[in-house]
Write a protein that binds this ligand. Structure first.
Ligand code: TRP
Length: 355
């Protein structure tokens, strides 16, 4: 299968330059772990953010593991939704975007029980005050507008188990996931201090893409319905972009603070074409919002056309998608089994070793 790389320049923030350099020099000294909750189809925000980064890292030769965080779906809702369909669609979208199942391990969290076994020692390493302070837990418990459930409270511990359980050392994340990663690092350090060195504290690799706005000017998110889906048609994409809010100033300029919606479309074009957004703005000049939107639609549809073709073909072959999950689960099970063995040895629970 051919692979796609959308970003030809570094997708990392400036403070990650040294990590990026270290990865480029020794790609196989790292293991990238990344994941998504199967709550619906992926959109352009995912594609330009974490997905492109994973494909780029994979193509650099870094071992990549992608966890489909199915148990995490019920952290903030009681109805898990149509998981079978969503997981299958997610796999098709990963492969369509360029993840190669021969190199990259893709598996559902629930299929690898060793990961959840790590929850027990990990829970002993954090306090309830530390968990309550986690900004993501706080924000999500407020948004969920119901009492804080045990799983939401321990969400960062659960995530630490899926990162550390498959030996993840680099985690490409958006800023919103940074507190979770801090918890994973804390747990790794405390485990090593208490029981002996088993874990490498994972490092965050910040994605450089600014938080993309949806076409209504609010944050791009599935629940708002303001997204451009990987699975949307070219016509629907054109319609969504046409409906995007801009402003009445005909001259197009890149001013993220005073003209956020215009800047957002310019950023999308810039990311997709490898140009700086101000250069895109200069080219459009007095072309106005119509020309801006024409270019945005063209850039999005041109980039996504092959992804969409592959996505449709993959979805038509469910047997292949199941095979990818079976294979990924076997590989993740082997990795996590190894880690769990080392944990048991460190904790003195290796009762069956030796004679
Ligand atoms: N919590 C992440 C999200 O909601 C998904 C996720 C699960 C994840 N496990 C992960 C992300 C490990 C990074 C690393 O988007």
């Amino acid at each position: 299968m051919t692979t796609t790389t959308v970003l030809d320049r570094s997708a990392t923030a400036p403070d990650d330059i040294s990590l990026h350099d270290r990865i480029t020099r020794h790609p196989d000294a790292f293991r990238v772990l990344s994941g998504d909750r199967p709550t619906g189809p992926l959109h352009l925000g995912h594609y330009l953010g974490t997905l492109a980064n994973r494909v780029r890292l994979q193509n650099l030769g870094v071992p990549v593991v992608v966890v489909i965080a199915d148990y995490q779906v019920i952290t903030d809702r009681s109805d898990p939704g149509p998981l079978r369909d969503r997981v299958r669609t997610l796999v098709a979208e990963y492969l369509a975007a360029g993840l190669d199942p021969d190199r990259t391990v893709i598996f559902p969290h629930s299929a690898v029980p060793a990961l959840n076994q790590l929850m027990v020692p990990f829970l002993s390493l954090v306090t309830d005050a530390e968990l309550r302070r986690n900004p993501t837990v706080k924000a999500e418990s407020l948004a969920a507008r119901r009492p804080l459930g045990g799983l939401l409270l321990t969400y960062p511990v659960h995530q630490a188990a899926d990162i550390l359980g498959v030996g993840g050392t680099v985690v490409p994340v958006g800023r919103d996931q940074l507190p979770h990663l801090e918890t994973a690092r804390l747990i790794a350090r405390r485990f090593n201090e208490r029981f002996g060195t088993v874990f490498t504290p994972p490092e965050p690799l910040l994605t450089g893409t600014p938080n993309l706005l949806g076409t209504d000017g609010a944050k791009m998110s599935k629940t708002r319905g303001n997204t451009i889906g990987l699975g949307d048609t070219a016509d629907r994409t054109a319609a969504i972009v046409r409906g995007a809010q801009t402003d009445s100033n005909r001259r197009i300029t890149f001013e993220p603070t005073s003209r956020p919606q215009v800047a957002n479309l310019l950023s999308i074009i810039g990311e997709l074409t490898g140009q700086h957004p101000s250069d895109v703005a200069a080219e459009i000049g007095d072309g106005g919002a119509a020309e801006l939107k024409r270019r945005a639609t063209e850039a999005i549809n041109d980039t996504l056309a092959p992804v969409r073709r592959r996505r449709a073909a993959l979805l038509a072959d469910p047997g292949h998608l199941t095979g990818v999950l079976v294979d990924g689960t076997a590989r993740a099970t082997a990795i996590a089994g190894d880690v769990l063995n080392r944990v048991r040895t460190a904790m003195g629970m290796d009762y069956f070793a030796g004679g």
